[in-house]
Design a protein around this ligand. Structure first.
Ligand code: ATP
Length: 507
């Protein structure tokens, strides 16, 4: 008997065809239902509980999404058009930012046609290769669970407009999303695209170091030090990176608590422990330009203010060997000298910069270096801080104990970083960087020696650099550390060794 829910008796050939079609359809539905039942039964038998609940959760999410889409009337799409140029032929900054951002999310494996562009390496950029969309191309991006579609629209013919850096001149970008996500798009997604693009552009930008010679003069800064190459205590290294990351993210926080968005680091430790290398690593990490302030070339406080005010946002002010500039002993000496034009008052915060040469003509020295610590600190804490943002100040010193207490007061330098002698972790970084070594037969000898001997990372690096052969370098280092331990080795001996080696090779 046919499984018909109703007994239908066809009265004509046409009626029979309709009944046959109906029977077939019912059989298909019944077979599909049977398969679903069978699959459910098998799933119950074969799939573990977790997998079944994951599948159920996935199916429910899809159902919920579809339901929400129906409820909210998905289907109405809003589009923001971003043109390359705004009126009066000025470049649209948002367009450039969007192109940079898209370059980082385009996946060439999912697009039939993409365009590849390379910016010119020049004074401003290091030159990099970026992907961009051809006219008609589109890609999607998900932000906070919202799907945004980017489409490149416009004229493929670039020749009329004289070429462009990233794709055809007439191109416009379109950003589409469901209408209920308009607020997310404008208030959160577009700012996110802008800030990500800014970070990417910063990475592409050639770094500079500026020196004060009257005003600031910049040269390209290609110091190779990074947090990867820095040999130091690993937890301290991580703490510095975390601190900088937190600082970068805290614009709103600084605004809310009413503090200027700046951060101060005091780096201290013996010569050759990597203070300058750390400054370079910080600049490379943040992609901030360095402003290396030589106070001996600053005429007076107003000269200092001018230099500071000329520093842009996202920059690092460095004053090296700050103890030499405001050395307590030099101040004491000067206090007891008779000078026709004595330095300003002697409170902690009001000390003139020390002259490098005690025999300097006093008048000349004060004329040249009429800078006060208060001038520097007050300006950094006061006007300078509020006239810009996202700035870092770094002071370095070999002698923290010689620093003026005004510099060490809580709230002045946010983080005091001790760069110490080469410990075991620092050595492991050096051995890995120089030779790709993670272990060696001489490591068990080196570890206890480093714990007893005060060797700077600069000295250890120097020993590792001496030979391309790992065995020779490691044996040299063990000998060097052993000699140091027995007190028969000074830093200068390294240089003398070089001379001796050269002399014997000439014989
Ligand atoms: N912690 C370190 N990690 C890696 N290399 C280091 C480190 N410290 C020193 N070096 C090596 O020694 C050289 C000199 O170090 P650097 O100038 O950074 O030390 P410094 O503490 O700033 O010394 P100074 O106080 O004399 O200015 C660096 O170029 C680098 O090759």
């Amino acid at each position: 008997m046919d499984h018909l829910p109703l007994a239908i008796v066809p009265s004509s050939p046409e009626g029979k065809r309709v009944v046959d079609a109906y029977k077939k359809a019912v059989t298909t539905v019944a077979t599909a239902t049977a398969y679903v039942m069978l699959a459910r039964g098998m799933a119950r038998e074969l799939l573990p509980d977790e997998l079944r609940s994951a599948i159920r959760w996935g199916a429910e999410s899809v159902r919920a999404l579809l339901g929400r889409a129906r409820e909210k009337g998905h289907g109405e799409t809003n589009t923001i058009v971003i043109r390359r140029q705004v009126e009066f032929n000025t470049e649209n900054h948002l367009f450039t930012a969007a192109l940079t951002y898209l370059g980082s999310i385009i996946d060439p494996r999912t697009m039939r046609r993409v365009c590849l562009a390379r910016s010119k390496q020049d004074k401003e950029t290091d030159g990099s290769t970026r992907l961009c969309m051809e006219p008609g191309g589109s890609t999607t991006d998900t932000f906070d669970g919202v799907v945004f579609t980017w489409t490149s629209a416009g004229n493929e013919d670039d020749s009329k407009s004289g070429g462009a850096q990233w794709g055809p001149r007439e191109t416009t970008l379109e950003l589409s999303f469901f209408e209920e996500h308009t607020d997310t798009a404008l208030e959160r997604y577009v700012p996110f695209v802008m800030s990500t693009a800014e970070q990417l552009q910063r990475q592409d930008r050639a770094l500079k170091i500026f020196l004060n010679e009257g005003g600031w003069h910049g040269i390209n800064h290609h110091h190779p030090a990074t947090f990867h190459t820095l040999a130091m205590d690993l937890s301290l290294k991580q703490a510095i990176v975390d601190d900088m990351d937190r600082f970068l993210k805290r614009k709103e926080y600084y605004l809310r608590i009413g503090k200027a968005w700046k951060r101060g680091y005091l780096l201290y430790g013996p010569p050759g422990t990597g203070k300058s290398s750390l400054v370079a690593a910080m600049a490379n990490y943040l992609r901030f330009n360095l402003y290396d302030l030589d106070l001996s070339k600053v005429y007076d406080n107003s000269d200092l203010h001018r230099l500071l005010i000329d520093m842009p946002n996202k920059s690092i002010l460095v004053i090296e060997d700050i103890d030499c500039c405001f050395d307590a002993k030099s101040r004491e000496k000067r206090k007891h000298r008779k000078t026709p034009n004595p330095p300003p008052a002697d409170d902690d915060d009001n000390k003139s910069i020390a002259s490098d040469n005690d025999d300097d003509d006093e008048m000349g020295a004060y004329r040249q270096h009429n800078i006060t610590l208060s001038g520097l600190l007050n300006y950094i804490d006061g006007l300078w801080s509020t006239s810009g943002e996202e700035r870092i100040i770094i002071f370095t010193t070999n002698y923290k104990d010689r620093l003026d207490p005004a510099l060490l007061r809580p709230g002045r330098m946010d983080m005091h970083i001790h760069m110490g002698y080469c410990g075991w972790e620092a050595f492991q970084t050096l051995a890995h960087n120089y030779f790709g070594l993670d272990d060696h037969a001489l490591f068990p000898e080196i570890q206890p020696l480093l714990a007893k001997v005060e060797a700077t990372p600069a000295e250890v690096s120097e020993m590792l650099l001496r030979s391309d052969d790992v065995e020779t370098a490691m044996r040299g280092l063990v000998k060097f550390l052993g000699d140091k331990k027995r007190g028969i080795r000074k830093v200068t001996d390294i240089k003398n060794d070089d001379v001796a080696e050269k002399a014997s090779s000439l014989k």
